[in-house]
Ligand binder design. Structure first.
Ligand code: 13P
Ligand code: SF4
Length: 300
């Protein structure tokens, strides 16, 4: 059986769209209708006319799609594909912090649970975090859950930012030493990293961008070598967009195991059986979707 052909056929018959995050396996990126970063995929999920959204990514992405399009069936082909950073913040702890800082606005990274979004003021992604924090009408911000992204944002805004102690285990692996070594080896290369990296890594970088921002950069740059500080599969995507550039991965630890949990077999099964459907209880959705919609509106 040709799995790619079967997947495309079932998707067509069922009026389903397949979305793939830029960190997905190459074969999943290839079979998908759309590839993108968290913001681009959330936007597509909110606007699609399809009846079924198959989300090839991690749980919070499918959950956000389910919140934005409650009338659609949102499927995560492997329900165990979670994001460890999203699980580092818990709604009741966020509420306790809010009580300690009653004038602060809670800006929550989309890499979070629906329950945390439901107690927040607005969401952001790595593509629009600076814009959102600047735009929100508050001088004090509680930034949840990524301390690295929050710290990166604090470089651009004159606001007090209270950081949650969460982080992405994959990006946290990349050290300043590894990046400096790569730079020594490739002195002409541009260093481009994701804002989930540590402050020491960001200090060395020439470009700090979301995965969607990285694609934009490679299409426009005259650079011929780029050191990539993000999940390894990003290079597959970048090569498709700008194949003339040499991409260098500075560390073998840049792998998100959860993003690798979807393959052609479980994608095929998921489409066929329409499992696993991701849902959010109506009350949580009602409070959380406001934060997602406000983000989409402010980042237009
Ligand atoms: P973006 O693709 O939005 O930059 O996010 C990266 C990420 O870690 C998703 O989990
Ligand atoms: Fe979560 Fe990091 Fe994996 Fe993104 S790369 S899904 S933030 S663990």
């Amino acid at each position: 059986m040709n799995l790619v052909h079967e997947i495309r056929e079932i998707a067509r018959k069922k009026n389903a769209i397949i979305l793939a995050h830029n960190y997905q396996r190459p074969e999943i990126q290839d079979v998908a209708d759309y590839r993108g970063d968290s913001l681009e995929l959330a936007r597509i999920a909110a606007d699609t006319k399809a009846e079924i959204i198959v989300f090839c990514g991690v749980h919070f992405m499918a959950e956000s799609a389910a919140m934005l399009s409650p009338e659609k069936k949102v499927i995560l082909p492997n329900p165990s594909a979670g994001c460890p950073m999203a699980n580092m913040a818990d709604a009741s702890d966020v509420c306790k912090l809010k009580q300690q800082h009653p004038n602060a606005a809670v800006v929550t990274y989309i890499n979070s649970t629906a329950a945390v979004k439901a107690v927040s003021d607005i969401c952001c992604t790595s593509a629009n975090a600076v814009k959102i924090v600047s735009a929100i009408d508050a001088e004090k911000i509680i930034f949840v859950p990524d301390k690295n992204l929050g710290n990166y944002v604090s470089r651009f805004v004159e606001k007090e930012i209270i950081l949650w102690e969460g982080f992405c285990p994959t990006h946290e692996h990349l050290t300043a030493r590894e990046l400096t070594d790569a730079r020594r080896k490739y002195p002409d290369a541009v260093v481009m990293v994701h804002p989930e990296c540590t402050a020491e890594v960001i200090d060395i970088a020439d470009e700090v961008r979301s995965t969607g921002g990285m694609i934009k950069f490679v299409k426009e740059t005259s650079a011929t070598q780029i050191i990539i500080g993000t999940e390894k599969e990003m290079i597959y995507r970048l090569k498709k967009e700008a194949p003339h550039i040499e991409y260098i991965l500075p560390s073998n630890a840049l792998v998100c195991p959860n993003m690798k949990k979807i393959n052609l077999h479980n994608l095929y099964d998921a489409l066929l059986k329409e499992e696993t459907v991701i849902t959010v209880d109506p009350d949580t959705r009602k409070r959380g979707v406001y934060c997602l919609e406000k983000m989409l509106e402010l980042s237009r």
